[in-house]
Design a protein around this ligand. Structure first.
Ligand code: NDP
Ligand code: DGY
Length: 327
């Protein structure tokens, strides 16, 4: 059954998204789709314009969805579906107040993101970008006993900040490298940690060789990794963040890296994104920065797009969402 033009529900999509999701939206035959047809983020003014009167909003983590956007959308708005598992860009209280439902993409990106975290950790602790650079710039003169040495995982202690879906997957993927102890922090102990003899506790960075941040960004975790935090880490330890940039105080991280307080850092997320090319962190050899590519495999992004579209349709038709964020 096809809807008449008047019955069609207005949907604003804030970016070009993988075709898997677009096909689902088009096939549904109930959406009057308006797409910000670009690979770049929608400018704020266009977002405010595009969302006016919309029943559904499909957004990305680069779109800040706050009271102003909700006001601009008006009372039709039933559902916001974000192409991400992180939802710190959504003003949840404002959304909840208006009875709007939210869809997101947990689980489908867990393995890809954990794998990227492991790749970043290894690249950082074994100094891969530095090595690649030396090969290209002629710095490789001969095999030298202590040249480009780093720190390995075998026999190490790994501390995970936030043992959620991704944190747990990271721990599982790291274990076969010979990790001896797994420590983790969080709001409460996780039964799933038992399979790896995970030890729960606060402030465990003192004894960790690797500190891996995989928590969500909340008022509690904002700026969690600051000077006090880094001062407690070992001088030989490695810091990895694939959660959100704002969990880290970047000035304090720069201080810790440049003073030798910690050995190295690998970041997939920064504030802001993109990180300006003249940012002090980029002058450091012991800091590896990636452009937020945790979930970036073709198949994962395709599945995320599908799930985002299906969440949106379920919201529009008031049916059960494949992945609804409980507000
Ligand atoms: P989960 O909700 O499963 O995990 C988040 C974890 O953070 C939970 O275990 C939560 O604990 C924990 N947490 C909350 N507050 C604190 C705190 N104060 N201290 C320590 N831990 C805390 O989400 P996912 O694992 O699916 O995703 C985690 C985050 O990873 C996302 O929110 C997103 O920001 C980021 N991400 C980044 C990607 C990238 O491309 N780099 C890709 C995908 C996600 P509790 O269970 O007790 O609430
Ligand atoms: C998310 O989903 O929150 C990531 O940051 C991108 O996949």
């Amino acid at each position: 059954y096809r809807m008449s033009a008047q019955q069609m529900l207005k949907v604003f999509v804030t970016r070009r998204i993988p075709q898997e999701g677009m096909k689902i939206l088009q096939k549904a035959g109930m959406c009057n789709l308006s797409v910000w047809d670009s690979d770049e983020p929608v400018p704020r003014a266009e977002l405010l314009k595009g969302v006016a009167g919309a029943h559904g909003l499909l957004c990305l983590l680069s779109d800040k969805i706050d009271a102003e956007v909700l006001y601009a959308a008006g009372p039709n708005l039933k559902v916001i579906s974000t192409l991400s598992v992180g939802f710190d860009h959504l003003a949840i209280n404002e959304i909840k107040k208006r009875g709007i439902r939210v869809g997101y993409t947990p689980d489908v990106l867990t393995d890809a993101t954990a794998e990227l975290t492991v790749a970043l950790l290894l690249a950082t602790c074994r100094r891969l970008p530095e090595g690649v650079e030396e090969v290209k710039n002629g710095g490789w003169s001969t095999w030298k006993p202590l040249w480009l040495c780093g720190y390995g995982l075998s026999g190490s202690t790994v501390g995970v900040i936030g043992l959620g879906r991704i944190g747990l997957a990271i721990a599982r993927q790291l274990k076969p490298f010979g990790v001896k102890r797994l420590l983790y922090t969080g709001r409460q102990p996780k039964p799933q940690a038992q399979e790896m003899d995970g030890e729960y506790g606060k402030k465990r960075q003192e004894i960790s060789d690797f500190v891996v941040v995989s928590c969500s960004l909340t008022p509690d975790t904002q700026g969690l990794c600051d000077k006090t935090f880094f001062c407690k880490m070992k001088k030989t330890s490695i810091f990895i963040n694939t959660s959100r940039g704002a969990v880290v105080n970047q000035e304090d991280l720069f201080g810790a890296l440049s003073s030798g307080q910690i050995a190295a850092a690998g970041l997939d997320v920064t504030t802001p994104e993109p990180l300006p090319t003249d940012h002090p962190l980029l002058t450091l050899k012991n800091c590896v920065v990636l452009p937020h590519i945790g979930s970036a495999t073709y198949s994962t992004r395709g599945v995320m797009s599908e799930l985002t579209a299906n969440n949106l349709l379920a919201g529009l038709t008031s049916s059960e969402m494949p992945s609804e964020l409980k507000l």
